[in-house]
Design a protein around this ligand. Sequence first.
Ligand SMILES: Cc1cc2nc3c(=O)[nH]c(=O)nc-3n(C[C@H](O)[C@H](O)[C@H](O)COP(=O)(O)OP(=O)(O)OC[C@H]3O[C@@H](n4cnc5c(N)ncnc54)[C@H](O)[C@@H]3O)c2cc1C
Length: 309
Amino acid sequence: MSSINEIHTQILVIGAGAAGMATAAGAAGEGVSVLLVDERPRPGGILLQCIHRGFGLGVYGENLTGPEYCEKEAGRFYASGVPFLSRAHVIGIRSERTALISSPEGLYQCFFDQCVLAAGCREKNLYSLDISGTRPTGIYTAGEAQEMMNLGHYDIGSRAVILGSGDIGQIVARRLVLTGRNVAAMVEMKDHLGGLKRNQKECIEAYAVPVILGATVTEIHGYPRLTGVTVKHLDTGTQEIISCDMLITALGLVPDTSTADSLKGEEGFPEWLHLCGNAEYIHEIVDSVTREGLRLGRALGCSLAGKRA
Ligand SMILES: Cc1cc2nc3c(=O)[nH]c(=O)nc-3n(C[C@H](O)[C@H](O)[C@H](O)COP(=O)(O)OP(=O)(O)OC[C@H]3O[C@@H](n4cnc5c(N)ncnc54)[C@H](O)[C@@H]3O)c2cc1C
């Protein structure tokens, strides 16, 4: 018969990305007990797949890659002495201040005083749009494509259409070109590209990625593998088929609070549940995630330790 292991901590932090690491380190500095939990084997979250530069100018005054920024933040986190429960998925949080955690070692029930949800965000996917046609392989969100190329080193395809023009889509466009793949077009409904100006310059203009503005994808072709998409020009209504074996969507990010949504009442989340990082709102720059995490951690730590923040 399997048993559930009990863990007691003053602060439970769910998610070991930039937000969770900073919150945990900030709180531990005030002398309270903290546990950091993540379903992945190591801390870092989204930073680990972002091998481009552009991280840390604010916090460290250096233009770092995601993994380099992660190394610095993980260094601070490990120095704080906070225990890290890895490969541990938080299944749910209950109103009596407990969380059920599933890990390869078994199930844990964690009792806490305060909980910080730093679970990041999820990407809107193609199926949130009304697009007809087949559902072949070769359709990825930009984050999935980035993870498969940069961490898994998979051969994800050779010629892409990117739908939407947010920052991740632009960064993925550059990565595709740099790895010898072809970007047939970046297709955007609006009359201008989304994302940071810096990314437009460094990822789209610098690599001459073709951009189609005022247009969208209306149909998908091919099965079992994608062979092309129909692109409709919204001003004239004309349509063209662009051949490709990848359709990559960069349609925007949504905070992921799904682990705690059942706790949400008319007045929002209970006062002991705190959101941080992309789980609270989408941050363009990691430096603000780290600063807000440290601030939240210190404030919670001070409050539990009976000190003034
Ligand atoms: C593609 C991309 C490029 C970016 N480029 C830049 C850039 O160039 N410069 C810059 O400054 N910023 C950039 N950013 C922004 C910045 O990196 C992010 O905002 C920041 O890293 C988010 O940190 P986070 O901790 O909120 O989320 P995440 O890093 O997503 O961490 C969330 C963690 O929660 C864990 N988790 C989720 N649910 C559970 C659960 N139920 N149980 C256990 N664990 C769970 C996940 O495994 C993950 O490790 C970029 C962001 C993206 C997405």
